[in-house]
Write a protein that binds this ligand. Structure first.
Ligand code: ZN
Length: 490
């Protein structure tokens, strides 16, 4: 005899399978879809979305949830995820959800055009509309609580703006100070010459395997924007190449492998269940960033990478591994978050976090956003934004309504700092292994202590369990100050 719990799980498994298919349509659109198929694909994906939406709102889910009994940690966690998704879908009025979907699908195009023309005023009315709808949605979800906190739950369940604000408030002055000292010191050499793009892709695939990416359950393709897509036994990544900047390809790959390995390493028993995905955006980003930065940009690993690059590209003008390490970790005056270095990256995110909270609270008007952005940028970075495409128009996020998302990038960095401190204690000869291009002890530790759990624990809890201490910004700050203090002699 089947129980409410079994019926609910069977239904949910089918929803998860459909959701994986929808994700794969998205992957296809960015990689191999013929250009002429765009309009048809839009309709196909819209149809898929309405099927998924109807399943999430299905009244039977509410009845099953009421009748279901959870036995044990896994069943309890399953019900927690299903209940959260059901309640979220039920709280937002249908016409508001539809209006949001309509508006954001158009807004992205308006944003792209305004960015190309460097014209914030051309985007402002559209952004106002998106913001207004998301504020309404936040209010509907918050039930009288804080709308921004309610929006955060979509990306980082359990997090609050107050907790993030305390963490980021402690990060900001020390990062500004470190940035100031580092930019005052002589700059390391930059790469010169060109680097064959097929050799870049070949090296990237090799490095992906070095970081434990299982190619029998994944693949690497080229796309305009690097991303990772899918869960379980079909997790694909994309990367990009630039003939004069092989680091873009290599470190985009390592970053996406961090995301993908997390998905691949989740316990197989959780396949196509609510536990079979990374638990939050912040925890996800902790994996991509620790692979990319704490491991991939370490002195030990870059020593090995230097040899691999010499083999792939011949002599490229930097013969000394110490100089190569400094070049990989070069800090420079730049405006774009996604191209930023470890020192300035979080300053980009903190700026967005503070501004978007003011937008959602209604204490900052869209009309004043560009000026607020530029003023804050100059205060934290010490140089001036030259044009909107290098400032307030650079990210797609707000145009598609992603308010509450940026914070998870920095939270991921904070978590990566904590995990790296714990990893170093657990693997005392880590550097000796990385120096030979062997990441297995590090990635194995992350797999066993964090990745395999998928959605079993709440985000903060899975980090705390892996680290053995409560997460804070302190380990990230000590890591950054020690690393860049040494490279720049400041
Ligand atoms: Zn990422």
């Amino acid at each position: 005899m089947s129980t409410a719990y079994d019926d609910l799980m069977a239904f949910t498994r089918e929803t998860e399978a459909l959701s994986q298919i929808a994700g794969r349509l998205g992957w296809d659109q960015e990689t191999t879809m013929p250009r002429g198929a765009a309009a048809q694909r839009g309709e196909e994906m819209g149809a898929m979305e309405s099927v998924l939406h109807a399943r999430r709102m299905d009244p039977r889910v509410g009845e099953w949830l009421e009748a279901a009994h959870a036995d044990g940690d896994e069943a309890t966690a399953h019900l927690r995820h299903i209940r959260r998704a059901f309640e979220r879908a039920s709280k937002v009025p249908g016409d508001l959800a539809a209006e949001l979907a309509r508006t954001t699908s158009v807004a992205q195009g308006v944003w792209a055009e305004a960015r190309a023309k460097d014209d914030f005023a051309a985007f402002a009315p559209t952004l106002e509309r998106v913001l207004d709808l998301r504020r309404q949605e936040g209010a509907a979800l918050a039930d009288g609580g804080d709308p921004y906190d309610a929006l955060l739950q979509d990306y980082e369940p359990g997090a609050t703006a107050a907790e993030l604000d305390a963490m980021f408030g402690a990060l900001r002055p020390r990062l500004v100070d470190l940035r100031d000292r580092v930019l005052g010191a002589p700059e390391p050499a930059v790469l010169s010459g060109t680097f064959d793009e097929s050799a870049q892709m070949k090296l990237s695939r090799q490095i992906a395997k070095v970081f434990g990416y299982d190619m029998s359950r994944g693949r690497v393709d080229k796309a305009v924007h690097p991303f990772s897509s899918g869960s379980g036994n079909d997790v694909r990544i994309t990367t990009r190449t630039n003939p004069i900047d092989p680091f873009n390809c290599i470190y985009s790959t390592i970053h996406e492998v961090g995301h993908a390995a997390y998905e691949q390493n989740i316990d197989q028993a959780y396949l196509l269940t609510p536990l079979g995905r990374g638990v939050s955006m912040g925890v996800h980003e902790s994996q991509s960033r620790i692979y990319e930065n704490q491991l991939g940009r370490s002195r030990a690993f870059t020593g090995w990478l230097h040899g691999q690059m010499t083999e792939a590209f011949g002599d490229f003008g930097i013969a000394d591994p110490d100089a190569f390490y400094a070049t990989v970790n070069r800090v420079h005056r730049g405006f774009i978050r996604t191209e930023s270095d470890e020192v300035q990256y979080n300053l980009h995110v903190l700026l967005r976090f503070d501004l978007e909270r003011q937008l959602i609270a209604g204490s900052l008007d869209v009309a004043d956003l560009e000026e607020a952005w530029n003023t804050r940028f100059e205060a934290d970075f010490g140089y001036t934004v030259d044009k909107p495409s290098n400032g307030v128009l650079q990210d797609v996020h707000w145009s598609v309504g992603l308010f509450g998302y940026f914070a998870t990038y920095s939270l991921g960095n904070v978590y990566a700092g904590c995990l790296f401190e714990a990893l170093r204690k657990a693997v005392p000869d880590l550097d000796a292994q990385l120096a030979t291009g062997d990441t297995s002890a590090a990635t194995g530790w992350l797999r066993d202590n964090l990745q395999r759990h998928g959605g079993l624990y709440e985000p903060r809890e899975v980090i705390e369990r892996a680290c053995g201490f409560a997460p804070s910004e302190a380990p990230l700050l000590s890591y950054l100050e020690a690393k860049f203090g040494a490279i720049y002699g400041v």
